[in-house]
Design a binder for this molecule. Sequence first.
Ligand SMILES: Nc1ncnc2c1ncn2[C@@H]1O[C@H](COP(=O)(O)OP(=O)(O)OP(=O)(O)O)[C@@H](O)[C@H]1O
Length: 414
Amino acid sequence: MDNNAITISNLTKCYRLYEKPFDRVKETFSFSRSKYSKEKCVLDHISLEIKQGDVVGIVGTNGAGKSTLLKLVTGVLTPTSGTISIRGKIAALLELGTGFNPEFTGIKNIYLNGTMMGFSHEEMEGKIQSIIDFADIGDFIYQPVKTYSSGMFARLAFAVAINVEPDILIVDEALSVGDLRFQMKCMDKMKSMMDSGVTVLFVSHDINAIRRLCTKGLWLLDGKVQTYGDTNRVCDQYLDYLKMCDMDEECLPENKDENNSEDIIEGIAEFRKGSEEAVGEIAGIRIVNEKGEPCEEFDLFEKMIVEVYYDVFDEKVAHPVLGVALKRIDDEYICGVNTMLDNEKIPWKYGRNCYKLCYTHGIRTLGGRYYFDVALFDKTATVPIQYRAKIKEFTVTADYIGEGVCIIPHEWRK
Ligand SMILES: Nc1ncnc2c1ncn2[C@@H]1O[C@H](COP(=O)(O)OP(=O)(O)OP(=O)(O)O)[C@@H](O)[C@H]1O
């Protein structure tokens, strides 16, 4: 038997969209079965296995289908096709209001929620005091929830969801509601639930929270699973996608499989004499690890060597300079170095030359996709002999979850 808490197979959720409200009536009563609607699939054949104890962070742009997925898992919505099988009791924190009756008091809603989760009245009696204490909304607990502020409402919803000892907890972006102290209290409680093996599905636009809390990441793109697996990898890919979106209207995701790996293995084209006026030309670069193996992926602390191959046609250039610029996929300039600044003299002999830049202590940027620009300059490092932008892309992987642009070497002291 598998140890899945949630198994989702071929799950699809579609809506019928009608241009005018009356079109729905026309379609229902049409003898010729004419269609007056368009079908919109917001989740498209999703299959997922979520193991017991997994804490899955779900990311995706607005409208990707995250909330719909959570609502289907909790049973608030029914699928158009496909199946979901659940093992254990679910508690859910969905959009404000879901699962609560506005006319009922807080207390009555607690019992109502408990019943929906499968607890008996007696079982809920044993839990009610801890829920009331956790919510901490004073006498409002005896008032109808329609009189609550959104903060009070969130407190009650949270208090119920995390005090009923669920096997599966589902949280849709709810943490941002309520005051800071309450958020910390909830986070504390959620963390201990995660540590005690509760399965969690957690939708958030806060990527750093997902990195810190989740054991797995799920990226939904247009109702489909784009990636599911290692949290950092999923977050890095998703962030790169967002950066690309900023740059590119079409917003196409990076498809790693399309990368031509032959290029890395075969390396650089042979020396060919350039045009009359050319004095030198960059043939290409290889990014290799400590063992000299070409790599596409580096841990942020891993030694990286950039081998720059260039062809010299005119040996008379005095003190040429080699520059290497590291940039993030969204063109953010991370770090540029050149041989003039470092008092290095590069070889400049007719034919193929090579000079290597070694990042001895690793790239130390946050995880994600980056690229190099490489250039040859005159001795002042201002006039380019040749500038090759975006000559090679690569990925930085990072287990250390810092924030910002790079991880500066550091230590803590008393
Ligand atoms: N009842 C409905 N009828 C038609 N379309 C709907 C309905 N409910 C949701 N949708 C559409 O389904 C898509 C997915 O919505 P969903 O709320 O799941 O996205 P989301 O990823 O949670 O987005 P957000 O980050 O903005 O909360 C959206 O395009 C939304 O407009």
